[in-house]
Design a protein. Structure first.
Length: 214
């Protein structure tokens, strides 16, 4: 896998336009690979939060299964101040712990009631944290400690058949410490992402190594 860090100038009109619409940002990041789908590229990305009162470069983390070609974004599609890319191979051990960051879109599909068969957003912190605990159990890790921040709604626009559709997602930032319980499931989770709306910048599980003696 490849992990890239792209720095963008928030003063640039083209940057502001793309960042204001996650749907367009997704299409832009796919631009270097016209023959491949997002799943084939393995694209996961996250726009890192910045302090609103400080004019600093916007950081986008992007993970791919194929070698990235970000140079083809410039200058017309998305001017990039700088980019760093590294290839990595995840080989965790059972019980190994990592600091993590994840911007998730916590939703569930209702089985009954007015929203039967539909995916609905989870609004309370308790529900949002339980969503991650449930995902962790399915994806080969457990959460040791957790800091949860509700980032509110992410609004995107999609043009289709001469109509413009508004798409909203609930964004929640999870940060904390996790422990690997199943190596294969965990590696798959890092590669494939966690939760829904991956094309809108959700699901990238970022790790910082911390080996803990058992």
């Amino acid at each position: 896998m490849y992990l890239s860090c792209l720095l963008l100038d928030p003063r640039d009109r083209r940057v502001r336009k793309v960042l204001s619409n996650r749907y367009e940002l997704h299409r832009t990041l796919l631009f270097p690979y016209p023959e491949l789908t997002r799943e084939e590229i393995g694209l996961l990305y996250r726009v890192e939060p910045t302090l609103t009162h400080e004019l600093q470069p916007v950081k986008i983390l992007a993970q791919t299964q194929v070698a990235p070609e970000w140079h083809s974004l410039e200058p017309a599609r998305l001017p990039v101040l700088s980019v760093e890319t590294k290839e990595f191979h995840l080989t965790p051990k059972p019980g190994e712990r990592f600091y993590f960051r994840l911007e998730g879109n916590p939703t569930v599909r209702r089985n009954n009631g007015d929203y039967k068969g539909k995916r609905v957003e989870l609004r309370t912190i308790e529900e949002q944290e339980q969503w991650l605990v449930n995902k962790a159990a399915r994806h080969g890790f457990r959460v040791i400690n957790l800091e949860t921040t509700d980032l509110g709604k992410v609004v995107s626009q999609k043009a289709e058949d001469d109509l413009r559709h508004t798409i909203t997602h609930q964004a929640v930032l999870y940060q904390g410490l996790l422990e690997v319980t199943d190596i294969e499931k965990f590696v798959d989770a890092v590669a494939e992402g966690i939760g829904a709306a991956k094309g809108f910048g959700f699901g990238l599980l970022s790790l910082a190594g911390l080996r803990m003696e058992k």
